[in-house]
Design a protein. Structure first.
Length: 73
């Protein structure tokens, strides 16, 4: 049992840090001096990310949500 917890902790630290790094890269897209986008585009990105966070929360609460939709603008 302890081995599973250690493995979980190792993977959680690694994967959450990777996700944070990717989210910061996504936030760089908000720089209007480098990119052109509409409010609708931004809303779609934020909505997709919020939906994935919701899916993660549901999985940790033992609800079987298997949404594997890929994001598209």
């Amino acid at each position: 049992m302890k081995e599973k917890k250690i493995k979980f902790q190792e993977l959680a630290v690694s994967r959450v840090n990777k996700a944070i790094k990717i989210l910061r890269l996504i936030s760089n897209l908000a720089n209007k001096s480098h990119y052109s986008y509409s409010d609708t585009d931004a809303d779609k990105i934020i909505s997709a990310l919020n939906q994935e966070v919701k899916n993660i929360r549901e999985k940790f609460n033992s609800k079987n949500s298997r949404d594997t939709k890929e994001f598209k603008l």
